[in-house]
Design a protein around this ligand. Structure first.
Ligand code: FSO
Ligand code: SF4
Length: 543
């Protein structure tokens, strides 16, 4: 076996990618990512054992976030960039060991490598399969994937200048725990829930960061057609990159379109003032291969999901920034103040044709907690009168598997007295259907990016209060969530921590759950997979 990765929903045969990733990640990149995660575990071990206060670790905190983000599915395919990050992190680890007087002998905290070759052979010994017991391995990876998602959200908040040291401390605690052979399965189950607790904190921090800087998302109609100007497409989740790109393109004659998970940027008041912020182009991440061809202009990836470009022409128009990376595509760095120079992208755009129109019309979104709570009276009345019978939380991710057509069908077949609450790229399975409204409330309410699933939890908790219920599970809300990568794992753990039960998860249950761990999730939290659309709708409507 040359590599092993089973962190996402598309893992080969739902058991593990062993030769090449379904995502396109090759053996070298997979191994370097394993080693980067191991180096982060080493830093975490030192922090925990020496009881170092995370508040004193500014640079290390940030590099740990970036390192974990780099290893998320579809974020970074660039072996050279990952090697560089390993060298950086090991340097920080060794300096930390010195500064703190660490005298332990945990391998992750002391190992050395001096070449790409030595990195690859070390990686073969410390990857996922290094943990032999499949239940312990499953729980360790569940925690690590949750922490990867948490790190991604925390990094976006960091970029806006918002931090919570307790999150860093937890990341060190959680990562170090995955090296500790004395922990039992029960200990790790408890730590899994604690990961969910910090998931809530991380998403709340990012929500506070985004809304304090860019305002509260509001109902917005987003154009999905095009104009006849040269243009840049911006993808991923980082709003500080969005802000800087809009500032730098202002008055240049270059238009800006969002792609994939950047669509919700349109919902923020702060971005509405830019005349060149035109609309959203295309659909969810996996459809980029064809859509980037017809876009014609340069594309900036601020995070995942990158699909390896099929032609040199498209590859030549891709730029990355932050944790994202692809070999041969420039990564735009930030200076010490977080400023980025996007002029190379703008100059390229000016020389290229305007986008081909692939759709026309508009889509409506912006239903994050503040906007929905502003409509609370209307919503509560509609529930009381029976006009709204049930809400369906269908947040999460999209993916390429054919089985995901389930979600489009599910949305189509839901009774007309139901409302879909969505967030994340899962929405593209049904956000262009004509599902109508209930007394003026659209039947698909899009809160925003996957991290804005937090908004859906806030809305649920508020409704619980308004209806005077003791338990969030008594609300007429069903959870039918689609997952793909590790940010969805932290969203799921956050919901479990908040006490939400009976979540249905699809299109398949995670391959990294061992049968015993899956059983715990089923028995404790009522987690279930999906069945047929008809059966599931009948089940949910009668539950
Ligand atoms: Fe989607 Fe990709 Fe936001 Fe993920 S674009 S799949 S859960 O990165 O992060 O929802
Ligand atoms: Fe396979 Fe997913 Fe890992 Fe890529 S990220 S190698 S598709 S499990």
């Amino acid at each position: 076996m040359s590599m092993f990765c089973y962190q996402c929903q598309e893992t080969a045969k739902n058991t593990g990618c062993t030769i090449k990733g379904v995502c396109g990640k090759n053996e070298e990149v997979a191994k370097l990512q394993d080693l980067l995660v191991y180096a982060v575990k080493g830093i975490s071990e030192i922090v925990v054992k020496t009881k170092t206060n995370a508040a004193e670790l500014h640079t290390i905190n940030h590099e740990v976030l970036t390192s974990l983000f780099i290893t998320i599915t579809n974020a970074n395919f660039d072996a050279d960039a990952i090697e560089k990050q390993i060298v950086k992190v090991l340097g920080l680890r060794d300096q930390l060991a010195k500064d703190t007087g660490y005298n332990g002998n945990q391998d992750a905290a002391v190992f050395t490598v001096d070449s790409r070759e030595s990195m690859l052979s070390k990686a073969s010994l410390v990857g996922v399969l290094a943990t032999e017991n499949e239940d312990i391995r499953s729980l360790r990876e569940l925690i690590i994937y949750g922490i990867k998602g948490l790190a991604a959200y925390t990094e976006h908040a960091f970029n806006i200048g918002k931090e919570d040291v307790s999150i860093y401390s937890f990341i060190y605690e959680g990562m170090a725990a995955t090296l500790d052979d004395s922990l039992t399965a029960d200990d790790l189950v408890a730590l899994t829930l604690k990961t969910g607790e910090y998931g809530v904190k991380g998403m709340a921090l990012l929500d506070e960061a985004n809304t304090s800087r860019y305002g509260n998302p509001e109902i917005t109609s987003v154009n999905i057609g095009v104009r006849k100007n040269p243009a840049i497409l911006i993808s991923g989740h980082d709003l500080t990159d969005m802000e800087q790109l809009l500032e730098q393109t202002k008055g240049t004659g270059v238009d800006v379109y969002t792609h994939g998970e950047m669509l919700p940027a349109h919902y923020y008041p702060a971005f509405k003032k830019y005349d060149n912020f035109v609309g959203n182009y295309g659909n969810s991440w996996w459809m980029q291969v064809g859509e980037f061809e017809s876009f014609h202009g340069p594309i900036l990836f601020t995070t995942n999901c990158i699909v390896p470009p099929k032609t040199p022409e498209v590859a030549g128009r891709i730029f990355t920034t932050g944790a994202a990376g692809f070999p041969g595509c420039p990564n735009i760095p930030a200076d010490e103040n977080g400023k980025k120079d996007f002029s190379a992208i703008i100059e390229m755009a000016k020389k290229l044709p305007s986008p081909d129109e692939i759709e026309t019309g508009s889509i409506v979104g912006g239903f994050a907690h503040n906007q929905v709570l502003a409509l609370a009276d209307k919503v509560v009345d509609a529930v009381k009168s029976g006009a709204i019978k049930k809400f369906f939380v269908m947040a999460g991710c999209d993916g390429r598997m054919k089985s995901r057509e389930y979600y489009t069908e599910f949305a189509k077949q839901l009774p007309s007295d139901t409302i879909i609450l969505t967030a994340g790229c899962a929405k593209y399975r049904y956000n262009k259907l004509e599902l109508g409204d209930i007394g003026g409330i659209p039947r698909v309410l899009d809160a925003g990016q996957c991290n804005d699933s937090y908004s859906l939890a806030v809305i649920a908790l508020k409704l619980k209060e308004v209806f005077g219920l003791d338990d969030v599970n008594e609300l007429p809300i069903a959870y039918n969530i689609a997952w793909y990568e590790q940010k969805a794992v932290i969203v799921l753990l956050a919901l479990l921590y908040l006490g939400v039960k009976n979540i249905h998860l699809g299109p398949t249950l995670p391959g990294f759950l061992s049968p015993n761990v899956a059983k715990v999730l089923v028995e404790t939290f009522g987690i279930a997979g999906i069945g047929t659309v008809e059966d599931d709708i009948e089940f949910f409507m009668n539950a």
